[in-house]
Design a protein around this ligand. Structure first.
Ligand code: SF4
Length: 238
């Protein structure tokens, strides 16, 4: 049974994407997404990729929500980056789910991240976003992943069709160097931790700086045999 405040989940028939090439401007991919999926939503953790995607999306005409999940373990710099972006892009609506979460809030044992990181991510990160998406039922998500972030992301296409919704990845073919150059050229408010080697920033409990030669996500859950939070891979993926 569907809760009263939730829209029913329906099977979304795939909308055929044009023949994009690796050189396609991400803004053209976003424009297509806006036309094919006017209800598209953008989750974000405000990493370098996410900040660039927000700027490109605004240029392409996106005026929707940017949805962030507060796990209670975010770096202050990440929360400050969110606030700087919200001030810079008043045409967007910044939504924080689980706002005010705290390690001692009783949602999980405060140190669950150490004993069972998958369970911690499932409760603190994946569940709030899944609940929000059940309520909003967008037919597509704008996502900032790119191929060169990790070997597990090497084949990301511009458009991934799914049973409930499509995932549109306009930055799939942009390298880290290109993202950095774009952010610099447009003076984007990149999380300052990035410049200290935190090329992918998650919770402070589960993130370290990347070492020379490692891929951009090597500092996430390092040594735990975990590479994804569960939002974009695994059985509970969006
Ligand atoms: S990244 Fe770590 S602290 Fe954050 S939700 Fe996942 S396991 Fe918990």
């Amino acid at each position: 049974m569907t809760a009263l405040n939730e829209r029913p989940q329906t099977q979304i028939p795939p909308v055929q994407a044009p023949d994009f090439t690796p050189d396609t401007d991400p803004r053209d991919v976003i424009r297509w997404a806006l036309a094919a999926h006017p209800d598209v939503l953008m989750p974000s953790a405000f990493n370098l990729n996410g900040v660039v995607l927000i700027d490109l999306a605004v240029q392409a005409g996106y005026r929707g929500e940017v949805v962030f999940v507060d796990t209670g373990f975010h770096f202050p710099e990440t929360l400050a980056t969110r606030d700087r972006l919200a001030a810079r892009y008043p045409e967007l609506t910044f939504v924080t789910l689980n706002a005010g979460a705290h390690p001692e809030d009783g949602q999980t044992a405060p140190d669950l991240y150490a004993s069972d990181a998958d369970a911690c991510c499932a409760v603190r990160k994946v569940a709030p976003l899944q609940a929000y998406l059940r309520q909003k039922a967008p037919s597509a998500l704008l996502n900032a992943r790119s191929r060169d972030q990790a070997s597990t992301r090497a084949d990301i296409p511009f458009v991934e069709e799914g049973a409930a919704r499509a995932k549109v990845n306009p930055l799939a073919h942009w390298s880290r160097e290109r993202l950095e150059a774009y952010a610099k050229e447009h003076d984007l408010p990149v999380n300052p931790l990035y410049f200290d080697g935190f090329l992918s920033v998650g919770c402070w409990t589960c993130t370290r700086a990347v070492r020379p030669g490692e891929d951009a996500r090597a500092g996430r859950w390092a040594g735990k045999g975990k590479t994804e939070c569960g939002l974009w891979a695994g059985e509970g993926k969006l």
